[in-house]
Write a protein that binds this ligand. Structure first.
Ligand code: S6P
Ligand code: ZN
Length: 189
């Protein structure tokens, strides 16, 4: 039997950085077609800000193993819509996931393949259970980086296709200084 070595790492709770992790950067240009207000998107694209960064410690895609990653989701809006992660189903759709809020303020939008959506607010210390089959996207509703940890099966994979094409049935927007969950006018079943 070949045993893997256990590992302990300290997440920087101020910046979300995991030392030695693989870093992924998503800029606004990586999110083309994701925001409803296309004019506001084109305008902000001139600056092309970083929307989020992911620090991932991933294993081979084997049944039974676990990956973990922090995400640093920056504050900002495109039109009325708060900055968000792309959002995905898992390629192995029945794989669940756990999120843990570290810093800042936001939430998770979850959705079944039929378009039933749920919004769960997150702050430091919030644990979110993402059940099998639910797509998930995080949203920063605050004015500082929203940082959280995700722990997910190593063989879960990411299926971005359907969200990239159809989005979520709900949007998370600012209305008169308040966070509101509203119907997505572009949603199609
Ligand atoms: C992985 C987990 C997170 C996200 C990250 C970025 O299963 O859910 O680490 O990958 O928050 O979001 P996205 O939707 O671009 O992968
Ligand atoms: Zn996931």
């Amino acid at each position: 039997m070949e045993y893997k070595n256990p590992l302990g790492v300290d997440i920087d709770l101020e910046t979300g950085v995991i030392p030695g992790a693989k870093k992924l950067v998503r800029r606004l240009s990586d999110l083309k077609g994701y925001f409803v207000d296309e004019k506001a998107y084109e305008e902000l694209l001139k600056e092309n800000p970083v929307v989020y960064e992911v620090y991932a410690v991933e294993q081979e895609e084997k049944d039974g193993d676990l990956n973990f990653a922090t995400t640093v989701l920056y504050p900002g809006k495109v039109g009325r819509e708060f900055f968000f992660t792309k959002g995905h189903y898992h390629s192995k759709a029945d794989r669940a996931e756990i999120y843990y809020g570290i810093k800042g303020k936001g939430g998770m939008l979850l959705q079944t393949p039929e378009g039933k959506a749920e919004w769960i607010e997150m702050k430091p210390g919030t644990v979110v259970y993402v059940p099998p089959y639910w797509a998930h996207r995080t949203v920063n509703t605050g004015d500082e980086p929203f940082i959280f940890l995700a722990v997910y099966p190593a063989d879960a994979g990411h299926d971005y296709g359907s969200i990239a094409e159809k989005g979520f049935s709900k949007l998370v927007v600012e209305e008169n200084g308040e966070v509101r969950i509203v119907d997505n006018p572009k949603w199609k079943e």
